[in-house]
Design a protein around this ligand. Sequence first.
Ligand code: AMP
Ligand code: ZN
Length: 317
Amino acid sequence: MSMTDSAGTQADAPQTDSQAAYRDELVAAGLLIPTGVDGLYGRGGVFEDVVERFDALVTVWGGTDGAEVMRFPPALNRKYFEESEYLKSFPHLAGTIHSFKGDERAHRTLLRRLEEGQDWTEEQAVTDVVMTPAACYPVYPTVAARGVLPADGRLIDVFSYCFRHEPSLDPARMQMFRMREYIRVGTPEQVMEFREVWLRRGREMMASLGVPLEIDVANDPFFGRGGAVLSNSQREQKLKFELLIPITSESKPTACLSFNYHQDHFGHLWDIRTADGGVAHTACVGFGMERVALALFRHHGFDTARWPAPVRAVLWG
Ligand code: AMP
Ligand code: ZN
């Protein structure tokens, strides 16, 4: 698929590829706006309205728990990123931000190379910021910096664009997408209870939107040969669950919500301590905003005015 193809007109669509075909339908309907890069889209007004309504619905279900709201830009302190060990597990997904650091002579070279269609990126040097890979990443070092946890731990509410370098024709696999998350930091009991509550709530909340769903154990896409071992152990220990809804395939439904238990991984990395001196455990529930919107458009159609009345009532009140 070339860059120009991925702008996605109806005529270009490889009809055999149902994902690309569905993407083109979304583009033709004005829900997604192509940019020429697979997985990078603008969003139309109707799409955004659904995202905003769903965001509000998450707050209806989670808003009375007293979570502390934090909003970070979609970039992370590179030091936090390095400390997080993300590069151990997902080097292939990371997006680091580089910028020109050369002198005037290097600048002339850059412009000449650009003009000649050659690689101009040689003088680009890494900056202090990295694209946020998951909305919860800025939270752990922030919580750690506040010192020992209060007795009831912490509950944080975040929302951010995230970047993952996974270009795809699948409209549900974007390179930049939004994640709303609740993050629990505390004792193993507090954190496990949080995840149980959200597994139940997530199912009820999504069922209220009239979409077919299942919840299943899952694993992250760990890199390399060692990755398979990590994936297996994550599944065996049931550390990750996903709420799946068919979007572009009936047989392979798409993960729209994730329920992650990190055990004491982040607690260890940043030395987060519970009130009784133990290493803090953490868990998060993540809502994939674009995927949920896409699931709703898939099952209820592109015209939100014609969505089933009960679904409209849940979202638009
Ligand atoms: P994860 O951290 O991989 O569990 O992701 C959390 C949530 O973000 C998932 O449940 C999805 O709904 C969403 N998500 C993950 N990757 C993508 C992607 N490439 N495009 C769109 N949404 C995504
Ligand atoms: Zn998270």
